[in-house]
Design a protein around this ligand. Structure first.
Ligand SMILES: O=C(O)CCC(=O)C(=O)O
Ligand SMILES: [Fe+2]
Length: 269
């Protein structure tokens, strides 16, 4: 199934009827060439600066959310998972508040918002496969499971992915099971073992993206990130997620506690 291609779209000022119905049916949508190479470079430069600062300051946690550290292919200490990135990076803050993200709110019921200071904020992920990598894949999960840990009702949400590297099967890549955003609660809880299972599913679809593409998924959809068959620089995959959410406003701050679901994050390697 992962060989089958799906349609890719161009983002205009407003989503078209066709784009909205594709998302409603499948639970994801892929827009090509949303960010310019200059914007991608500016964001990457800013995350590299944040990484240096966090390492130098020995910062471990942001607003209660642990920073995931590791080592790259040259043995250099790096940040694999940056929480609340837009609070530290002006180009990220500008992108997530641009019309390209705002126009996606039509995919949710009225009243949704871009969650820069709730949940884990805007998360920037940097995967690299090395023999000792701490972040080269991510097992099956839904993003909405986190709401259950908070004892909250599961509301629709978007996770808006922006790609900084080309990401096809040579990077492992994002695999999603189209349509699973419409599953019942039992399926959302138990269809697969959260984060433990990284097996191919016969219904999974590979998201084949280029740097600058934006791929939006419904938080209730099942997805995973496969391990790259390559090592080192050839396996590098950087992608940033902006949550668009509904429900009670729950901002995080310095004294926020670490959410329980982060114990699951330790399973991700
Ligand atoms: O890296 C990706 O494309 C997906 C990451 C993801 O699913 C997550 O952080 O919840
Ligand atoms: Fe996810």
């Amino acid at each position: 199934m992962s060989k089958v291609q799906y349609p890719k779209f161009t983002l205009g000022q407003k989503l078209t009827e066709e784009q909205i119905s594709f998302f409603d049916k499948n639970g994801f949508i892929h827009f090509q060439g949303v960010a310019s190479p200059e914007e991608i470079r500016a964001i990457l430069n800013s995350t590299e600066a944040i990484q240096e600062k966090w390492i130098c300051d020995d910062l471990k946690i942001v607003n209660g959310v642990p920073i995931k550290f590791g080592v790259d292919e040259n043995g250099k200490k790096i940040v694999h998972r940056f929480p609340f990135t837009s609070q530290f990076s002006e180009p990220v803050h500008n992108f997530v508040n641009s019309d390209r993200v705002k126009c996606l709110t039509v995919l949710l019921p009225p009243g949704s918002r871009i969650a820069e200071n709730e949940k884990d904020g805007v998360v920037f992920n940097h995967y690299v496969n090395t023999p000792t990598s701490n972040f080269r894949q991510m097992g099956w999960h839904t993003d909405s499971m986190r709401d259950i840990f908070y004892g909250k009702k599961v509301l629709p949400m978007l996770n808006v992915g922006l790609y900084f590297d080309d990401s096809s099967s040579d990077k492992g890549g994002l695999r999603i099971i189209p349509g699973t955003h419409k599953q019942n609660m039992f399926s959302m809880l138990f269809k697969k073992a959260y984060f433990m299972n990284n097996d191919e599913d016969k219904h999974e679809m590979l998201v084949d993206a280029k740097a600058g593409d934006m791929v939006v998924h419904d938080g209730r959809i099942w997805h995973r990130v496969a391990m790259s068959p390559k090592y080192g620089a050839a396996s590098r995959r950087r992608v940033m997620y902006t949550p668009v959410i509904l429900g009670k406003y729950m901002p995080k701050s310095d004294d926020s506690a670490t959410p329980f679901y982060h114990h699951f994050q330790k399973l991700v390697k």
